[in-house]
Write a new protein. Sequence first.
Length: 273
Amino acid sequence: MGIALCLFMLISYRKNLDRIIFLSMMSFFVLPVLATIYQALAYSFSLQCLAIVISTQIMFVMDTVEMNMRFHSQQAAYEKARYEAEHDGMTGLLNKEAGWKHMRKYFDRMDSHDEAMLMFVDIDDFKTINDTYGHTVGDFWIREVASQLRHIYRQDDIICRYGGDEFIALIRNTASEQVLETTLGMFFQQLARASEQHGQDVHCSVGVCRIAAADGASLGTGSADGDAIGSVDFSQCVAQADLALYETKRFNKGTFTVYNYDRSQPAPANIRA
């Protein structure tokens, strides 16, 4: 029974063991079983040998359980460290570096049938909010905007905190103006409702670079620095979204401006990075 129990545990934890270790530990069962059968047939059982076998099996069970716990503990620690390295501590969104990496990867895989929208979201007059209500209130609105963006857009869209009071979002596989107007309308309404509840005038400006399917990337080799992917340049798209945001903040805060992706416009040398 002891050998059977340990064999069951070994098979259960098979995925955590290398092949060589698994085979060597299997021999721990095969040889004693063969010896026990031979001994039972030839000499009858020895109580001392049985006691040694049982105690050995108990030790093996405890070692296996401890090994499995240690494995899962290390795995959990690794996952936690990776999460903290890729996410912003205040909002729970991807941080700038991780968000940039995932967005570039998406652009790398785009072809002529793909479309997307790249958005810059900025809290208007954020310095005034901090100066008027304090940094604690400013941090609250950063978390609130992040929460609303995460709630409105899909799980497979890429949203990150770009820095300070600014966010960047890549809405994948759609360039529908109706979708854009609907989702941003919901975002502005929810933000206005939260602003009214707290008695504070807080709103956001948004700049969008829209890549329609007709403007999608052609399959091909990118540039040496990894920015240009076929006919769609990631840095160029970011620059156009940034210009759209600048136009919104200059002329009509609290709304959004959309630029259709323009391949003929070169990315500026001082592009955000």
